[in-house]
Design a protein around this ligand. Structure first.
Ligand code: SAH
Length: 274
């Protein structure tokens, strides 16, 4: 007789990894501990994609943390609630990319973020976190190694990109360590890297921040081209800036401060309305 269906919430069978959800379960307890130890904040924290709870287990051991776990896989949610019944209320079934943080904690409260992120949506996760940047003092995350390096690498390196600039504008970023594929079930095809982002003291960039975002996106959208060519898509007449030396550079050569300067130059060429 097959009674599995009735037992599903009572047994503690392992979750079957689902590729489309980016599920690669970490099997090393030591690495899980190291990742959790890297989170040095107290108070509210969200774990994205807890899966079978390899990190959650250590997070739950820290009474100074007020955890919420958000997981899009129903089977993992059932597993966590069955295995951590006293923490069942902290496990939320949902998509982090659609999260309203105010439904988790009090309105406007700060929260840190931790997770072994689903690699297929790690950029989207960071864009979403940036929307909450003034409330997120620290992020500790495991990502595909190349992506982790990209976020933490400075101007002049091949990996430097749009998210590097946006994240480095507001966070100090440390590459902590590399994780080999054989400590996951199933092993991913790539190596992983753990990074820590600590909010810096910048509350507002010294420029129009919306224009800053457009300038960064426009220039990296044409990564192989010069700044001059990349900025054409903005539709602003920049002819007066044509001989400025920055126009001959490429986006990956510019630091956050250089982009701020560039944004102010572009702004000076936009006719005032009214
Ligand atoms: N933290 C676990 C699992 C990592 S795999 C471990 O280290 O073993 C990534 C996890 O993210 C999976 O459990 C997957 O179901 C979950 N996930 C994928 N997309 C998600 C989303 N949009 N929101 C929340 N969780 C998501």
């Amino acid at each position: 007789m097959n009674n599995t269906r009735h037992n599903i919430n009572l047994t503690m069978q392992n979750v079957k990894p689902k590729k489309q959800l980016g599920q690669h379960f970490l099997t090393s307890q030591q690495i899980a501990k190291d990742i959790v130890d890297a989170l040095t904040t107290n108070g509210n924290a969200i774990e994205i994609g807890p899966g079978m709870g390899v990190l959650s287990r250590y997070l739950f051991q820290r009474p100074e943390l007020n955890m919420r776990l958000i997981e899009v896989d129903g089977e993992s949610v059932d597993y966590l609630k069955a295995n951590y019944p006293e923490k069942a209320d902290t496990v939320v079934f949902g998509d982090f990319l659609r999260l309203d943080a105010d439904s988790f904690f009090g309105e406007g409260e700060n929260f840190s973020v931790i997770g072994n992120f689903p690699y297929n949506i790690s950029s989207q996760i960071f864009f979403r976190i940036l929307e909450y940047k003034d409330r997120v003092p620290m992020i500790v995350g495991m990502l595909q190694r190349e992506v982790a390096q990209r976020f933490s690498s400075g101007p002049g390196t091949r990996d430097y990109g749009i998210l590097s600039v946006f994240l480095q504008a507001y966070y100090d970023i440390e590459y902590l360590f590399t994780v080999h594929e054989d400590v996951f079930n199933p092993p991913p095809k790539v190596k992983s890297g753990v990074i820590r982002l600590t909010r810096n003291s910048v509350t507002k960039l010294d420029c129009d921040e919306a224009l800053f975002r457009r300038v960064v996106k426009a220039t990296f959208g044409q990564r192989r081209k010069t700044i001059w060519n990349g900025l054409k898509s903005l539709g602003v007449n920049l002819i007066a800036l044509q001989d400025d030396p920055v126009m001959k550079k490429r986006p990956e050569q510019l630091s956050v401060a250089d982009f701020v300067n560039l944004t102010n130059k572009v702004a000076s060429q936009i006719p005032r309305q009214g």
